[in-house]
Design a protein around this ligand. Structure first.
Ligand SMILES: Nc1ncnc2c1ncn2[C@@H]1O[C@H](COP(=O)(O)OP(=O)(O)OP(=O)(O)O)[C@@H](O)[C@H]1O
Ligand SMILES: [Mg+2]
Length: 251
């Protein structure tokens, strides 16, 4: 199952990916996290790795050479990519948890991030998971990835919604773009500080026909782990993510 996690900037996409990855690992699944966000670079820390893998963009020779290299002899020249085929420098592994990164914008004036979108789309399209594997994709903020076709091969689109007007607006846009490519979207409420907030968010999303699959409380341990650049090992947010994962796996 390939699950993408998307939503407004700062809504908690990377946090949810890390929490779900932790829970998937605890359930004995081999869990591939795909860092498809070309801006933020701290996901490896949230997953407990001490460094990021070399981006897959380097494997194809960088942004400029992308087009010619995609058809050359590398894993991208194959019709299917299994996690075992990814050269070790390009994938971090620990106890069933794996991380690959597509690429980051590192220099001013280096050009747009479209090649990252192309590579994300091609990687996800060719990625072939075995029965006990799951992939969690940390998307870039907003909705541009839909325009780039990155979501085409995704089985389930998870939408993180925090209690803000903008987040609900992005949710509506995601729902409409996803239905344009026949993808089902399910929302996860995040940073929910009270039952009152939860019911207001629920009401607003229901009015937009957006299904809610779970809710994650506003949890100080999440914030602290993020501040310290550490993986989160316990707490209410992690428990809630466990329920969300079970519901995803049983659907
Ligand atoms: N449930 C939560 N409780 C408390 N703080 C949270 C929670 N979820 C996320 N945060 C905090 O919100 C901030 C943004 O979270 P995160 O980096 O996961 O968002 P994001 O959507 O990945 O952001 P970006 O769009 O920049 O990639 C972080 O400081 C994180 O600790
Ligand atoms: Mg993020």
């Amino acid at each position: 199952m390939k699950i993408s996690v998307c939503g407004k900037g700062g809504s908690g996409k990377s946090t949810l990916v890390s929490l779900l990855a932790n829970q998937a690992q605890a359930r004995g699944l081999k869990t591939l996290v795909v860092d498809s966000d070309e801006s933020n670079s701290g996901l490896f820390r949230m997953l407990g790795f001490d460094k990021p893998p070399i981006p897959l963009m380097e494997l194809v020779g960088g942004k400029r050479k992308l087009k010619e290299k995609l058809s050359e002899k590398s894993i991208f020249g194959e019709t299917q990519i299994f996690t075992r085929d990814i050269p070790s420098e390009y994938i971090q592994k620990s106890d069933g948890l794996m991380l690959v990164g597509i690429g980051k914008i590192l220099h001013s004036l280096e050009g747009c991030a479209c090649p990252m979108g192309v590579l994300s789309r091609e990687f996800l399209r060719k990625l072939k998971l075995t029965e006990k594997e799951i992939a969690l994709i940390d998307m870039e903020a907003g909705v541009e990835h839909f325009g780039r076709g990155v979501d085409e091969s995704i089985d389930s689109v998870l939408l993180v919604v925090e209690p803000s007007f903008e987040s609900i607006e992005v949710a509506e846009k995601v729902k409409s773009l996803a239905s344009g490519i026949h993808k089902n979207v399910r929302a996860v409420l995040n940073k929910v500080a009270s039952d009152g907030i939860a019911s207001r968010l629920t009401e607003q999303l229901k009015a937009k026909q957006i299904e809610i699959i779970g809710s994650i409380p506003n949890d100080a341990t999440v914030f602290e782990a993020c501040l310290e650049g550490k993986a989160l090992k316990e707490g209410k947010a992690l428990e809630s993510a466990g329920k969300i994962l079970d519901s995803l796996l049983s659907s």
